[in-house]
Ligand binder design. Sequence first.
Ligand code: SIN
Ligand code: FE
Length: 315
Amino acid sequence: MTNQLSSSLLSQIADFKFPGEWNDGAAAQRAKESCAQLEEGRILYFDNIPFDFPKADREFLLSQKQSEFKGHKNISYRPNQDLLRGAVGSSEDLAKTHDIMRRYSAEVVKFLSKLLAPYSRHWTLDFASYRPEQEQGRDLALHKRNDLLHVDAFPTRPMHGNRILRCFNNINPSAPRVWHTTSDRFPQIAENFAADAGLAQIAARRGHNPLVVGLKKMVGMKAPAHSPYDRFMLRFHDYLKEKRDFQENTPKQRIDFPPGSTWICYTDSVPHAVLSGQYALEQTFIIPLRALVTPEKSPIRILEKMAGRSLAEAA
Ligand code: SIN
Ligand code: FE
C-alpha cells in the first residue's frame, strides 16, 4: 500500500472494532472527533471492512455480468424505496443482487451510526451504488468524467448547504482503487477559484424568475428548489473539471485504497478523482447543516463569508 500521506488528509482508524463499536471508554468523544475530522476535509480510512459484509456476497457481486447499456454502468440501490436500478441478469440473480445491496446499505447505516454517532439522528439516507466498471479509460463526456478532480453536486437533489457524505468499499480482490485528491482543502480551493467560477454573480441572482417557475409548473415540469449555494456548487463541479490549469498544476496526492478497504469523506468538499479501480460499493448520506459539529467550516458558510451574503434561501 502506498498511502504515505500527510495525516492532515487521511486518518486511519484502528480503535474501532469489528463488528461496529468504538473501543471502550471514549466512544462519544472519538465519534465527535471523527465528525470534526471529516468536516476538516479529511478522509477516514480503514484497512478492513468494519461491518458485516459476507465474502459470499462480495464474490457474487464480482461474478455478475455487467449491463451493456451505456449510462447504466453503475447499479444503484434506493434504500428509502427499496429499489434496485441498472442491474441485468436472470430474475434470480437480480433478486440476489437486490438482497445484497439492501443488506450492504443497512450494514453501512449501522456502522456509521456508531462511528459518527452525532450525525445518526439527523441524516437522510441517499442512494447506494455498486460500481463494477473499470474506471481507467472510460469514454465519458467531460462533465461526467470522474478521473478529473472535482467536488460532488447532485443536479436533481438540491442541498441548501447540507452535506454529501459517502462511505466507499473496494471489494476488488487484487487491485487498489486509485484516487487523486488535492493537497489544498476546500477553503483554499474556494479562495483560489470561487470568484473565477462566478460566485459573486450567482450570489447576486436572487432565485429563479417566478415566470419561468410558473411556466414549468403549468407544463408539469418539476422545478427543484435550488438555492444560490446549489447553483454555485453545480457550477463549481463543472468549472473545476473544465479548468486545465487546475487539473494539471494544483498540488495533488495519490491514494491507493487497497482491496478490502473502507473510506469515508465529504465528497462535496474533498476534491477527488478516481484514476483506476473496478468493483467498489458506496452508500451516500445527506448530513444536515444543523448536525455538523463545526458548521462554520462547511462549504456554504465559507462561500457565504466570501460572497458577503446568504446563499441558503430556496429559489
Ligand atoms: C466520484 O467521483 O464520486 C466517484 C469516486 C469513485 O467511484 O471512486
Ligand atoms: Fe465525485
